[in-house]
Design a protein around this ligand. Sequence first.
Ligand code: GLU
Length: 417
Amino acid sequence: MVIEMVNPYDVAVHQFDEAAERLGLSQAMRAILRKPKRELIVNFPVRMDNGDVEMFTGYRVQHNINRGPAKGGIRYSPAVSLDEVRALAMWMTWKCAVVDIPFGGAKGGVICDPHLMSSAELERMTRRYTTEISLLIGPDSDIPAPDMNTNPQIMGWIMDTYSMHRGYSVPAVTTGKPLAIGGSEGRLEATARGVQVVTREAIRDKGWQPENCSVVVQGFGNVGGIAARLLHEMGCKVVGISDISGGLYNPNGIDVPAAMRHSRRNGSLKGYAEADAVSNTELLELPCDILIPAALENQLTERNAPRIKARLIVEAANGPTTNEADAILNDMGVTLIPDILANAGGVTVSYFEWVQDLQRFFWAEDEINNRLEMIMKRSYKAVKTKADEQEVNMRMGAYLLAVARVAEATEIRGVYP
Ligand code: GLU
């Protein structure tokens, strides 16, 4: 995968600055919204299986909490950095505002390679990290969720650790938990479902038919894998997919459920015979109508943007497009559905999970999926209308909506004391 040395926080601040300029925000408001409200850095020891003690570094950043408790995932990766977490926290603020759910933005991360750790080591690291950040997290203050390399089990350990310290169960302290301890129906697929809804709406706006659309999806995890399956079910022809082992291409279409079975059996897509192997770099430049980056930041850059063939890009990942690539793709006339709208389905069902936990009253899967669909459709329409009215692209449309909502809340609350 292309790892660009672009600082994601610079990308996030640049996007905000452009929107702030267009909205005519005061200098004071710009200064407030540019900076994360709180940043916690924790260094902590973990006993490894061989008896050695290793030090780990983790972060929890809250960007803004004026519209509600801080909300955002936790990622485990060797590439985690304070600036990456800051960017992701800021994007969470805008994301929650775009879909108009009452949360602010946060993000957390631990620098580690979870693929090299045993389950027991991951559990001890998670429990210690939870204890270190329990200064910040809580059902009314800051609610973590899964992100890259974290999953329902890890959310369960965080919830249990927090609850042990309190002496009673606090399910609403995390979302994306297993169903048995207060998780929500539909949460696992929620991000991908949201991607499907906005893609379907965009296909309709363009006057295309799903059956005539070819799709390339980068990333085959909880977001990319399920999005590929849902688009395949919708009738689109998924011609390219990829995971950390590399990419696969079949211009006649890939049988996504079969590829999923292969990946489950073998641990990755490697060796799947019904498609040709391509590199991740080649994957992004394949001929297709729709490109869905669903992996890391900085995948579409000034280097590959001019060679992108897709006419519609749906950002299922957070921050996959650099500012330079954004401008190039815009000039090329490519329609881009920005991350803060496209992948907001995950945090939307996180909101439903939190509400269910607080009320101790659980909804059926149909109800969750219908409400998710309604919110994603409404938000897509609001962003499209704003973009058309202001004659800007969808990213700017989404930012204008989101930043205005956060600025209004910040203005009304005022400057304390
Ligand atoms: N990590 C996901 C995201 O980037 C979900 C966050 C959440 O549900 O709080 O949107």
